[in-house]
Design a protein around this ligand. Structure first.
Ligand code: MUC
Ligand code: MG
Length: 366
């Protein structure tokens, strides 16, 4: 099997409600659909979400790097030789979600070629994984109502709370209100997206010490090495590296230099191949891993469940997979369903990233 040509299709879908957090805001889904075509007539698909405030990528940069740099490694390649493709991609620094998308599309082809779900090719640990919902900035009562509606309508019991606002007391009050409303059994954790400095983050930890929070993601900028290391050393709960560890090398550096003691894995940026390397690294060191959300569509979230449910170590905590409910529509051909707080991994051959061609025609902007 050989890749004969590729397509990079920019598309735009409105959000029902914007998602706001300390490092940015998302009002519209403006992503790139990558399609790898083969001489056997198979098409491998992946959703690529550029996040300029996290990785510096844009729709235009994703399209450009794939067409002008990565295409040379892809056209004529057999998807099974993905090690050779990755070695070539590795020569280009950055462009994290473009690389993640290439890997997912390659695996989608491999799964289709072997008539097997990628979830099973990877590991097949569990047929489903529990869902965690990410709560963006909004007035406290609205956030509480949103969380309660997710528990009631979808059975979701785990929430990542976006924090990092000033004054810190704003977020202390929010977290206290959520714990009060959701009760002692809900799994609650924080993500400040670098919005605070280490002093503010310490104040947050002290003020919420009796609220049973489980993790604290990117409390401050990991580039503030000294204060970040102090925070990690003194924090009673694990400090999770997300945007400070967007690839294997950065994850290893952040862990070994004391910048974090838990890791977020996002298939949107490390696909399946590099995500598995990060997962093994974390497992060997006894570090907790969270399957994160890049404000993913269903097309993106299906990759998260495909990977997350494939391994025991990535299934230990609920995976962030529900923000597609904030979006007005989706390109995915077989929609995801959250039932009893869980999403099932696709059972069709490939990665579950097949697209609805009518919707693609409607939402594409090229
Ligand atoms: C997260 O975990 O930080 C917000 C920005 C981004 O790149 O991902 C989201 C969620
Ligand atoms: Mg994060």
């Amino acid at each position: 099997m050989k890749i004969t040509h590729l397509e990079t299709v920019p598309y735009r879908v409105p959000m029902r409600k914007p998602l706001k957090f300390a490092s940015g805001e998302v009002h519209h889904i403006e992503h790139v659909l990558l399609r790898l075509h083969t001489d056997e007539g198979l098409v491998g698909n992946a959703d690529i979400p550029p996040r300029p405030y996290t990785y510096g990528e844009t729709v235009e940069s994703v399209v450009a790097v794939i067409n002008t740099v990565f295409a040379e490694a892809l056209i004529g390649a057999d998807p099974l030789d993905r090690g050779a493709v990755h070695a070539k991609l590795h020569r280009t620094i950055g462009n994290q979600t473009a690389k993640g998308g290439v890997d997912i599309a390659l695996w989608d082809l491999i799964g289709q070629a072997y008539s097997t779900p990628v979830h099973r090719l990877l590991g097949g640990f569990s047929s489903s994984i529990e869902v965690s919902h990410m709560l963006g900035f909004s007035p406290t009562q609205k956030v509480v109502d949103e969380a309660l509606s997710f528990t009631e309508n979808y059975g979701v019991q785990s929430f990542k709370i976006k924090v990092g606002r000033r004054p810190v007391s704003l977020d202390v009050d929010l977290v206290a209100a959520l714990r009060e409303a959701l009760g002692p059994d809900a799994l609650l954790y924080l993500d400040a997206n670098r919005g605070w400095n280490a002093t503010e983050a310490s104040q947050m930890l002290a003020a919420t010490a009796d609220l049973d929070l489980r993790f604290f993601e990117e409390p401050n900028d990991a580039a503030e090495v000294l204060t970040r290391r102090g925070l990690v050393t003194n924090s009673p709960i694990p400090i999770v590296a997300d945007e400070s560890a967007p690839n294997l090398g950065d994850a290893a550096r952040e862990i070994h230099t004391g910048g974090a003691n838990a890791l977020s894995i996002k298939t949107a940026r490390t696909g399946f191949t590099e995500s598995q390397k990060i997962l093994s690294f974390a497992e060997a060191l006894g570090l907790d891993v969270l399957m994160g959300n890049q404000i993913d569509t269903q097309l993106g979230s299906v990759a998260t469940v495909t990977f997350g449910a494939a391994f025991e170590h990535s299934s230990r905590y609920p995976a962030e997979m529900s923000n597609f409910l904030d979006m007005a529509d989706d390109l995915i051909a077989s929609p995801l369903e959250i039932r009893d707080g869980r999403i099932h991994a696709p059972t069709v051959p490939g990665a579950g990233t097949a697209v609805d061609e009518d919707k693609l025609a409607h939402f594409r902007v090229d």
